[in-house]
Write a protein that binds this ligand. Structure first.
Ligand code: SF4
Length: 168
């Protein structure tokens, strides 16, 4: 790569990939790189690039809770260190809040990159004086919804209208 014009180099490579060395039909006969191209010399230009191996989906299961108190619903913002749905407002996961899952409301499946996420939703209750230790937690009104909840619970697994419609 020329040190004084790396941008031109990048631009030229992109142009070459878009117009001459296309994945489906490389035009080696008019290609300025054909003298140096190893794929062309070995006759492999029609077989490269190799298709990317599909990554097996990683199953992830969450149990989330629908906790209402005085007509308000507990939601919280996930940390930026989370593996999935970073920084999004969601219903709390059962293992992160001191409330026992009760009646099952339904389940939602959703793919996020190579993760196959399934969220089971249960009703739960918290003691009146129980405090949520989570810093970024809130109790917006549980009704009317879905608009209020949808605006806050950005996580797509939670914003599926079908599932929200099943809530009490
Ligand atoms: S010679 Fe090489 S770089 Fe040029 S079009 Fe053929 S495969 Fe692509």
């Amino acid at each position: 790569m020329p040190k004084d014009s790396p941008g031109d180099w990048n631009q030229a490579l992109m142009e070459l990939g878009a117009t001459v060395c296309t994945p489906d039909s490389p035009s080696c006969g008019v290609c300025p790189l054909s003298k140096e191209c190893v794929a062309f010399k070995k006759g492999l230009q029609d077989r490269l690039p190799l298709p990317e191996a599909r990554r097996a989906p990683v199953p992830v299961r969450w149990t989330c809770l629908w906790i209402e108190r005085d007509g308000k619903l507990l939601i919280w913002k996930r940390s930026e260190k989370e593996r999935l749905l970073k920084n999004l407002w969601c219903l709390p996961e059962a293992q992160r809040v001191s409330a026992q899952p009760g009646r099952r409301l339904g389940a939602v499946s959703h793919s996020i990159t190579h993760h196959a996420l399934t969220v089971e939703l249960h009703v739960a209750s918290m003691e009146k004086d129980a405090r949520c230790r989570r810093k970024r937690a809130g109790f917006p009104p549980a009704r009317p919804r879905p608009p209020g909840l949808l605006a806050l619970a950005q996580a797509s697994a939670h914003r599926r209208r079908k599932t929200l419609d099943r809530f009490p």
